[in-house]
Design a protein around this ligand. Structure first.
Ligand code: XMP
Length: 511
């Protein structure tokens, strides 16, 4: 286990992930964790992350020098590098020369850290203070124009550090440097992989849950599906899943979850079809926020009821959640994403139900979760599903939601999805909402007659985390095909438009 000590860097999660890419397992701990608590986890190495503070600032997180006496290999990055320097008696100065962005790094000496890399390489910097004097016993192995000590190592004590960010993609040789630290300096064997994490999590879940019952709200999305599959692997029939079909799903989704998924995994999935109730609640509602509230409220009610029904067969004490690392770090995840979490979340369940959370994906990123899903044998279509909002098609119909409108949108959406997949682009597009402007009509001509139908908006976007997004430049031929098929095959639609707005200012969903 490698511990990444988080000094408040936006990069800590990325470091943990890069360590796993070097096939060593890692977890993150906050910087206020005491050295004895860190050592109690028996780490085989520790990485000190970057952070926004200056080591001179009042209240800046410090590194306890005792950390370096424990004999555990330590690697400092950016702020971690400076804090390490200070704790070990080196010098950190305000040189007045900041470096931000791509910077040329030059090697000074033969080193373990930079072995086999070019004399001069581009690295990503982001710092104000600089290390001007390495601690005693350390070899300075690289500098930049503004930073005399940009990397150092002490192989006897298995300590090293760099001023730049090796974890980001803008540092092309960064992963090599991390590997050199982990594999050569710390002497760790690259042996971790996704089946290890499955085994570890299975063990952990068994230890946590014992012989008690476990409940899971399955949305059909990749996170809850993989979490449920992991828990099922660990405790089998002790797991019961609830899948709420609110009638706002895309074509084939309920069948996929209740049919394929349940059959393939052997998980006990109880489908609750409450589409009539949802439609009744949504009658006459056109305001987006009111819609969201109505859907959220009904969702909780349904899940509550299902949970009580299941509890009547025997109390459950645990609830599975597909929480991912970015959710834990409160990267925000978009206002909407935050919303639905409260739906699926503890807050949404009756007070008299006492249970503990099981969150086997807490340390992972979405693409890592996908790899685990594949390893667990889940269908590719499920593992590679694009994110889909909890309120579903309800917030992709601008105007009142009715059964007919849902059918229209479902048909158009199915065409767009099928064509995107056929073009081999469904994995490169982050999300592809298809929106029905139910309150808008335009005049068209079809066959020999006048039509007065509704427009469909295509909203394909590229994004990394849904916080910001850009509209996807899909090939014209693909757009043409989708447009022709939708206008030909979906009677109520006589016009297809493309949304060319980035986020901000537009959000991904229209409501
Ligand atoms: P926006 O529209 O805010 O969406 O740019 C950002 C991301 O969040 C998804 N989204 C939701 N997800 N419940 C969810 O689970 C919601 O209520 C919700 N609203 C938006 C949206 O699909 C996009 O991925």
């Amino acid at each position: 286990l490698v511990l990444v000590v988080d000094f408040g860097a936006q990069y800590a999660q990325l470091i943990a992930r890069r360590v796993r890419e070097a096939q060593v397992y890692s977890e993150i701990v906050p910087s206020h964790t005491s050295v004895s608590d860190m050592l109690a986890k028996k780490p085989s190495a520790i990485i000190l992350s970057g952070g926004p503070s200056s080591v001179y600032a009042d209240g800046a997180p410090q590194v306890d020098p005792a950390l370096f006496e424990a004999g555990v290999p330590v690697f400092g990055i950016c702020y971690g590098f400076q804090a390490m320097t200070q704790a070990l008696g080196g010098t950190v100065s305000k040189t007045g020369q900041s470096e931000y962005g791509g910077t040329e790094l030059r090697s000074d000496a033969e080193s373990c850290l930079l072995q086999g890399l070019p004399e001069s390489q581009s690295v990503w910097m982001s710092h104000g203070d600089s290390v001007t004097g390495a601690p005693e016993g350390f070899t300075v192995v690289a500098h930049t124009e503004a930073t005399p000590v940009a990397a150092f190592e002490n192989l006897d004590r298995r300590l090293a550090g760099v001023q730049y960010h090796p974890e980001v993609a803008h540092t092309p040789h960064g992963q090599a440097v991390l590997r050199h630290f982990l594999h050569e300096i710390a002497g760790l064997k690259p042996s971790w992989n996704f089946s290890n994490i499955i085994d570890e999590q299975v063990e952990k879940i068994r230890a946590q849950v014992g012989d008690k019952r476990v409940l899971c709200a399955l949305s059909g999305g990749v996170d809850s599906s993989v979490a449920a599959a992991l828990v099922h692997k660990a405790v089998g029939d002790q797991l019961t899943c609830v899948f709420v079909d609110h009638g706002l799903l895309r074509q084939g989704e309920a069948e996929q979850v209740l049919g394929d998924y349940a059959q393939l995994t052997g998980i006990d999935v109880r489908g609750v079809d409450v589409s009539d109730r949802f439609l009744a609640e949504l009658k006459g509602v056109t305001d987006p926020e009111e819609k969201r509230k109505a859907i959220g409220r009904e969702f909780i009610r349904t899940f509550e009821q299902a949970a009580r029904d299941i509890a009547s067969e025997g109390e459950f004490e645990y609830l599975v959640q597909g929480t991912l690392y970015p959710d834990v770090v409160e990267s925000g995840g978009g206002t909407g994403a935050a919303n639905i979490k409260s739906h699926h979340n503890v807050g949404g369940l009756p007070e008299d139900m006492k249970f503990e959370l099981v969150e086997p994906l807490r340390a992972l990123f979405k693409d890592e979760v996908r790899s685990i899903g594949i390893e667990l044998g889940l269908p590719e279509a499920m593992v590679w599903r694009q994110p889909f909002p909890g309120p579903g098609l309800g917030i992709r119909i601008v105007g009142e939601v009715t059964r007919e409108r849902l059918e229209t949108l479902r048909a158009a959406d199915a065409i767009a999805r099928a064509e995107l997949r056929a073009a081999g682009l469904d994995r490169s597009v982050w999300q592809f909402p298809v929106v029905l402007l139910a309150d808008v009509r335009s005049v068209g001509v079809q066959g020999d007659g006048r039509t007065y139908g509704h427009p469909i908006v295509l909203r394909p976007v590229s994004s990394e985390d849904a916080m910001t997004a850009d509209w996807s430049r899909l090939p014209y031929e693909l757009l043409a095909k989708i447009s022709t098929r939708i206008t030909n095959e979906v009677p109520e639609v006589n016009r297809v438009t493309l949304d060319v707005t980035s986020k901000p200012p537009g959000t991904i969903e229209w409501e």
